[in-house]
Design a protein around this ligand. Structure first.
Ligand code: UFG
Length: 336
């Protein structure tokens, strides 16, 4: 089976391309490098096959997308490609709506034209906002608090509507907080500029690129007062996509499925686990809460287990070990 991986040069896409190869799939990657590096493709090729198919194209270019389907055998699609920065999306909403919705629409249209009916879509636990109860199940109410979040919410709806009236079968994967890296340390997260997310920030402090972490708030209703998230090893997450593709073979409709560990960790849990991995303390200070932050979210992971036969295997210690291994080997990311 051949799988088209859109955004396959990105953090989750590159790890998923490797996991698909390891599971025996043929992989075709499409990416426009708007927020990723050609070096990621080289690294994926080194971990998989020199013959791995790669097409540089923008999914908004419908001619290029049609050509892609015409020139490559594609049986199934995993759609990662999207803009993903919450803050940037508030400043540039139209750019986010055009890119994230336009690319999804164009992709699904091209799939229909070419008789491709299986799709795994990258969604996010951001659609839950602050859930009323945790762990959060897929039945919890959804919405969004940023244009980025709305693009995920709206894409889910577009795909549900399309699946209801066509042969299209879709799994909507709602990711929690991916961290870590492939054990080789040759692919990993490489944020542009100063990282917004916790673990990339912590690791850049550890490597000496940033001076100290600011912990946003210690007055939340949690054991140590810092906010809780469900951090998931990116390789577990990648394997969740392989499981979703396998499940799609005998699945109809358009279920949404949480991909998380079911375990919540505080910011200070992460800081301490990172310090253990690095072997020295992570300088940090407590500052004000970050605007719009959620106090507490982690997944109910039961549906993923039941529907996909998948569960996570790697804990916070392994996440920090592997993220640090990537950072240590690539202090400047792919530009190293
Ligand atoms: N944090 C800090 N200091 C930092 C960065 C983060 O204390 O420098 C804290 C945050 O306040 C939060 C936790 O670390 O409590 C995790 O923050 P992240 O920014 O890493 O992750 P979020 O869960 O806030 O956001 C992520 C993605 C979004 C996505 C959201 C879904 O970045 O794209 O999950 O809930 F929408």
């Amino acid at each position: 089976m051949a799988v088209l991986v859109t955004g396959g040069a990105g953090y989750i896409g590159s790890h998923t391309a490797v996991a698909l190869h390891d599971a025996g799939y043929k992989v075709v990657i499409v990416d426009n490098f708007v927020n990723s590096s050609p070096k990621a493709i080289e690294a994926v090729r080194a971990l998989t096959s020199p013959g791995l198919a790669f097409v540089e194209a923008d999914l908004l270019d419908s001619g290029a997308v049609r050509q892609l389907f015409a020139q490559h055998q594609i049986d199934e699609v995993i759609h990662f490609a999207a803009h993903k920065a919450v803050g940037e999306s508030a400043d540039q909403p139209l750019r986010y709506y055009r890119n994230n919705l336009g690319s999804t629409l164009g992709l699904v249209e091209a799939m229909a034209e070419h008789g491709v009916t299986k799709l795994v879509f990258s969604s996010s636990c951001t659609v839950y906002g602050q859930p009323a109860t945790v762990p959060v199940t897929e039945a919890a109410p959804t919405g969004a608090e940023s244009p980025y979040g709305w693009t995920k919410y709206m894409s889910e709806q577009i795909l549900r509507d399309a699946a209801a009236v066509s042969d299209l079968d879709v799994v909507l994967l709602r990711y929690f907080n991916p961290v870590g890296a492939h054990e080789s340390g040759t692919i990993g997260e490489d944020p542009n500029g100063i990282p917004n997310n916790l673990v990339p920030y912590v690791m850049q402090v550890a490597i000496g690129r940033l001076e100290k972490l600011r912990v946003f708030g210690d007055d939340y209703d949690t054991p140590d007062g810092t906010a809780i998230r469900d951090y998931i090893h990116v390789v577990d997450l990648a394997e969740g996509h392989v499981a979703a593709l396998a499940a799609l073979a005998s699945m109809d409709g358009c279920p949404a499925v949480n991909l998380g560990t079911g375990v919540g960790s505080t910011v200070l849990d992460v800081v301490n686990a990172a310090a253990d991995a690095v072997g020295s303390p992570i300088p940090h200070e407590i500052v004000e809460r970050r605007l719009g932050d959620i106090e507490k979210i982690y997944a109910d992971a039961a549906l993923a287990r039941d529907l996909l036969g998948w569960e996570t295997r790697r804990d916070l210690t392994e996440m920090m070990r592997d993220h640090w291994n990537w950072q240590r080997k690539n202090p400047q990311g792919f530009a190293t």
